[in-house]
Design a binder for this molecule. Structure first.
Ligand code: COA
Length: 260
């Protein structure tokens, strides 16, 4: 498929999706949100792809938010549609069934911060800056920020970030658990790839079930979640990967997962 605002590359079972509007700091206009939906739908159905890296073009921005030119034209009706559309695409990413690593290479503001939070793991470059500046525009986050940010950093920190519209730098984002690791800009992509490769070296099914269980924590009580986990654990016990993984440990060798 051809994309106008996205670069797509697939190499050794890893897809890299790059949001490519560098002159607008990769701001998410409607066309880009549609393309994100298309590319992630394609990735979901592509059996060759086991992991995804999501990043932004250039060295300045991951995504500087929703496109404010388009945003400024919303009304009560179109505003609801706008938020629901973005949420639907970000939910697709969160529920992809394959690990999605955000390589946050600069500004991740508004929809950019929300996009990174829909990914399973966030790595950042030292120049990255995070924020939910929507209050400065007279709105609130609409692509999941009010829900995902408190779950990731706690409600007090989320409230401060959302209510002040302040930006935080990569170190602070690391300190509060918004990102897993911080790297020099020049090392970020390689580190994201290394991480993706490490995950891909594990049994596919166990990775998928782990993600499935982790994502479910948002919607289940602890009791329901434990029950869900037990069911997925049981499913893993029926796989060839389980036989291979345990046998390899006992025979003191590396496992060879088939990943089919
Ligand atoms: N929507 C549309 N265009 C955007 C944008 C956005 N969210 N963020 C940046 N741009 C555009 C700017 O309008 C500018 O375009 P121009 O060259 O045609 O004038 C270009 O990207 C470069 O941005 P600029 O503001 O000149 O860069 P800067 O280094 O001075 O500032 C930011 C960087 C990120 C601090 C600033 O661009 C900004 O505050 N962006 C908006 C962030 C935001 O509120 N996002 C949430 C939206 S809900």
């Amino acid at each position: 498929m051809e994309y106008q605002n996205i670069l797509f590359e697939a190499k050794e079972n890893i897809a890299t999706v790059t949001i490519n509007r560098p002159d607008k700091l990769n701001a998410l206009n409607a066309a880009t949100v549609n393309e994100l939906k298309d590319v992630f739908s394609e990735i979901k159905n592509d059996k060759q792809i086991g992991a995804v890296i999501l990043t932004g073009s250039g060295e300045k921005a991951f995504v500087a938010g929703a496109d404010i030119v388009e945003l400024s034209k919303l009304n009560i009706i179109s505003g609801k549609e706008f938020a629901e559309k973005g949420q639907c695409v970000f939910n697709l990413i969160e529920n992809l069934g394959k690990p999605v690593i955000a390589a946050v290479n600069g500004f991740a503001l508004g929809g950019g911060c929300e996009l990174a939070m829909a990914c399973h793991i966030r790595l950042a470059s030292t120049n990255a800056k995070f924020g939910q500046p929507e209050v400065n525009l007279g709105i609130i986050p609409g692509y999941g920020g009010t829900q995902r940010l408190p779950r990731i950093v706690g409600s007090g920190r989320a409230a401060e970030i959302i209510l002040t519209g302040n930006m935080i730098d990569a170190e602070e984002a690391y300190r509060i658990g918004l990102v897993n690791k911080v790297y020099e800009q020049s090392a970020l992509r390689d580190e994201a790839e290394k991480l993706a490769k490490k995950i891909l070296s594990k049994g596919n099914f166990a990775v998928k079930m782990s993600l499935n269980a982790i994502t479910a924590t948002d919607n289940l009580s602890e009791r329901e979640g434990l029950n869900y986990e037990a069911g997925l654990f049981a499913l893993c016990c029926g796989t060839e990967d389980f036989k291979e993984g345990t046998a390899a440990f006992l025979e003191k060798r590396k496992p060879e997962f088939k990943n089919d």
